[in-house]
Design a protein around this ligand. Structure first.
Ligand SMILES: O=C(O)Cc1cc(O)ccc1O
Ligand SMILES: [Fe+2]
Length: 437
């Protein structure tokens, strides 16, 4: 953590919008006009296209950016395998997929000198990274900056949800600051380095192997509501002109590979395109809900969705439970008892969650796998069944869910972790029969 990183984060400027054709130049004149690949790019830069979708995908799904950089990315020595640390990838085969409800406390504090990359710890996931299908859930805990090394993930995009401490994300396309309450997204293949804005940092990551996240359609909601496109912030171009060895660590088909460049690969002076990192403040989410009766399904809280080939069936949805009013008449207001074909991993950024009186803590997480029975704990059920139904503001917490089409298999380290809560089932004990024929 440095004062310099904090000052830099305070002063950041952003471009706004989701899925735009953005463009930005750190030096005037660096961006070619009227073509992508002139015979000689301006200012002696190299032109390089970074494709996040097949060239031929429909315009609505097409993602690519043109980067104008000091050296082409191609100028590097061979990559060699390095230790994967606590990072795991799909297919997840270390343990059997478990139908039990599972809940974890936060990760133990990392050893001094742990940076964002070495502090990654995989909880589980589904699909197959090499097939570009499915997702992984990682946690991170760090207390040091990444120095002279950058990370890029060929396997998927990284949706980062800070829970403790802010992050300064120095990406090829520029800088983003992400603090608790924000979510940040690093697209597939974009290199970045993480510096800390506080003494330590902790949070959650959804690694999405599938189609890039997009805003959900709004249907009858209309032209506005949920997450607004204009609240997504992309970086402006910023480059490092550093002739110092820099290690590039690439996650490729589940393994980490390393090559050392003789310069910083964060050397993009100008860029334009749609394959861009961004940050979003979840407190800006426009929460919609029932103003008559009943508890709506949490799909109305979807910030971003990664579609599958089946309409309406997400590879993974990112859902946020933001502060909101509950006014439903004759309604059991917390989440209902349910069994869901989709699998639900939930995390808590701050405060409490309205279905769980205790035990679900910031930095912890719960996994309710395909068809597993869950819902309000005993205490919440009793309280909400007897509560006076006056308008009630839920404003003491921020929770989120990664909801995915396939069961989530835990890694061996997650299934056997000391911080796995034994006895989670007990929260549903004591629910009495009230039946009267
Ligand atoms: O299980 C959970 O807490 C997530 C959830 C919330 C909700 O409001 C309705 C259904 C659901 O799965
Ligand atoms: Fe649920």
């Amino acid at each position: 953590m440095s004062e310099q990183a904090r000052k830099t984060a305070e002063a950041l400027e952003y471009l706004t919008g989701f899925g735009n054709e953005h463009s930005s130049e750190a030096v005037p004149g660096a961006l070619p006009i009227g073509r992508n690949s002139p015979q000689r790019a301006p200012l002696g830069l190299y032109a390089e296209q970074l494709s996040g979708s097949a060239f031929t995908e429909p315009r609505t799904h097409n993602r690519r950016s043109w980067l104008y950089r000091i050296r082409p990315s191609a100028a590097h020595p061979p990559f060699t395998r390095i230790d994967n640390g606590a990072l795991r990838s799909a297919p997840f085969t270390e343990s059997a997929a478990d139908p039990n409800r599972l809940r974890w406390n936060p990760l133990p504090d990392p050893a001094p000198g742990t940076d964002f990359l070495s502090g990654l710890w995989t909880l589980g996931g589904n699909g197959d990274a090499a097939q570009r299908a499915g997702m992984a859930i990682h946690l991170y805990a760090a207390n040091a900056d990444m120095t002279d090394r950058v990370f890029s993930d060929s396997d998927g995009e990284l949706l980062i949800v800070p829970e403790r401490g802010g992050l300064l994300l120095r990406t090829e396309l520029g800088l983003l600051a992400a603090r608790p309450g924000d979510m940040a997204l690093i697209p597939r293949g974009v290199r970045f380095r993480v510096e800390l804005l506080d003494a330590d940092a902790r949070g959650y990551i959804c690694e999405n192997y599938g189609q890039p996240f997009e805003l959900p359609n709004l249907g009858p909601i209309g032209a506005n509501g949920l997450a607004a496109a204009r609240d997504f912030q992309a970086p402006v171009a910023a480059y490092e002109d550093t002739e110092r060895p820099t290690e590039v660590i690439n996650k490729f088909c589940g393994n980490l590979w390393s090559a050392t460049y003789d310069h910083s690969p964060l050397d993009v002076v100008a860029w334009h395109g749609s394959h861009v990192p961004y940050v979003y403040d979840m407190r800006r989410f426009n929460v919609l809900g029932s103003i008559s009766y009943d508890h709506p399904d949490p799909s109305i809280f979807t910030v971003l969705t990664s579609p599958s080939d089946t309409p309406g069936l997400a590879g993974v949805d990112f859902v946020v439970f933001a502060p909101r009013w509950l006014v439903g008449e004759d309604t059991f207001r917390p989440p209902y008892f349910h069994r869901n074909v989709m699998s639900e991993y939930m995390g808590l950024i701050e405060g409490a969650y309205d279905a769980k009186a205790e035990g679900f803590v910031p930095g912890g997480g719960s996994l309710h796998n395909m068809m597993s029975a869950h819902g309000p704990d005993h205490e919440t059920f009793e309280r909400a069944s007897a509560a006076e139904l006056k308008p009630q503001k839920i404003d003491d917490g921020l929770a989120f869910m990664f909801e995915t089409r396939w069961p989530i298999t835990a890694t061996a380290q997650a299934a056997g972790a000391d911080h796995l809560q034994r006895g989670y089932d007990d929260v549903w004990q004591g629910l009495q029969r009230h039946f009267r024929a």
